[in-house]
Every structure is written in C-alpha cells, then in structure tokens.
Ligand binder design. Structure first.
Ligand SMILES: *Cc1c(COP(=O)(O)O)cnc(C)c1O
Length: 225
C-alpha cells in the first residue's frame, strides 16, 4: 500500500513548479516503522524527514537505500550533538540560539550543516519560527555563522479551510524567498506543503514538500515505534 501510494504521488507531483524548479518530495516519517519507511523508499522516495531525534537514532541503521536525511521538526538544542554529520538538511531552524549551537557543534565536528530558516507564516502561537518580517535579519545572522549554509526557507501553513488565505500566505513566503535572493542570498529550497495543502503550495512556488499522511495513512500516535 505504501509503495503504491508513493508511486501514485510521484506521478501526481509535478517535476517542476511554475518557477521551473525541480520539486523534491520528502517523506515525513514520524511514528512510522523502519519497514514502512523502507516501503516508501522502494516506491521511489529519495528523501526522508524526521521530527524526533530519538526516532531518528533508533531507526538510522534500519533504513535501506541511503536516502537523504532531513530534520523537519522542532529541535531541542541539547539534542543536536546526536545529529551533527548525519543530516543533509535541517528545515526547522526556528531561533537564533539553535543556529548558534548547530554552528558550534558542526565546526567542532569539521562539517558544514545545511539549514533552512523556519518562518511562522501564520503567526501561530503553537508554532515556532521567525516572523516573516524578521526573515532578512535572521538570514543575515544565521548565514554569518561559521559551519552553516543557509539553503532556503521553510514554513507550515496553518490548518485553515480558507483556500484564499492559504494561497496568500504561500505567495508571501515565495515573495520573501525571491526578495532575499534578489538581495544576494543564494537560496535553493522553499520547503512548504504537507498532505493537505501541497498542491496549492507548489502552485505558489514551493519546491520541497513534506508528506506523511498521503504516503503512510493516518498516524497511529498510540503505537510505540
Ligand atoms: C508531520 C509533519 C509533516 C507531514 O504532515 P502530513 O499532514 O501528515 O503530511 C510535514 N512537516 C512537518 C514539520 C511535520 O511535522
């Protein structure tokens, strides 16, 4: 089932967004077993994204096919030491001290860590991230840190059935992404779009989507993995 879901999605997801950029699918694997994740990889998933450091560590060696690894969920600073050197892209850099700690740990390990700056596009209290108005300053500060490479922006749209509002927010993210690049940033990724809103997000200029439910079905929060 999971393999079929992925194959179907990969046919549905356009190769390129309207800006001509390749769209990357990241499987959001929180609470999934290693077997389920491996099925998704057999179906064609090339990139997987974890939320929880413990799960990332427990399953690390059980995942086949050498996918690219992403961290997509809120990160505690004291967990970074378990990740450095093993993650291809950190999406959820949502505060300066997290960036500073990741930079320090990366420098000590002799690696460069690729990061996205998380923007709280809906100004939601329950979500982390910089306000859209803070994006440029955050970019300047974080890109100045040694051992970090800022590769783009990440956002989670609010759960809202008002499609016009969601499109407006997605457009605002894309505008900020373009604006930073016009001012000399070299951002590649706009990570935006989950199972409920990915089509809209790609239409508005996302080039990286993070899908969980659409691949694995509804998450079972009771099962321990
Ligand atoms: C869980 C999660 C997703 C995937 O959500 P679905 O609605 O299941 O597709 C994407 N991004 C983040 C940060 C997540 O935590």
């Amino acid at each position: 089932m999971i393999e079929e879901n992925v194959k179907k999605l990969l046919k549905e997801i356009p190769c390129k967004n309207p800006f001509g950029e390749k769209v990357t699918l990241v499987a959001a694997v929180k609470l999934q077993t290693a077997d389920s994740i491996n099925s998704a990889i057999c179906g064609g998933v090339t990139d997987i994204g974890d939320n929880h450091v413990q799960e990332f560590r427990d399953k690390f060696d059980l995942i086949k096919g050498n996918p690219r690894r992403h961290i997509i969920g809120h990160l505690q600073t004291n967990k970074i030491k378990y990740l450095v050197g093993k993650v291809d892209l950190y999406h959820s850099i949502d505060r300066l001290n997290l960036a500073e700690e990741l930079s320090k740990r990366s420098a000590n390990a002799g690696v460069t860590s690729n990061v996205l700056i998380q923007i709280n596009i809906g100004n939601e209290e329950t979500k982390g991230g910089f306000a859209l108005e803070e994006a440029e300053e955050a970019y300047k500060k974080i890109s100045a840190l040694p051992a970090l490479k800022v590769e783009g922006l990440m956002a989670m749209l609010p759960f809202d059935s008002d499609e016009a509002r969601l499109r407006g927010l997605a457009k605002a993210m894309r505008r900020k992404f373009d604006e930073l690049n016009e001012r000399g940033a070299n951002l590649k990724y706009l990570s935006m779009g989950m199972s409920g809103d990915w089509k809209l997000c790609i239409e508005e200029g996302s080039n990286m989507i993070r899908l969980g439910t659409a691949i694995f079905g509804a998450r079972n929060y009771k099962r321990s993995v």
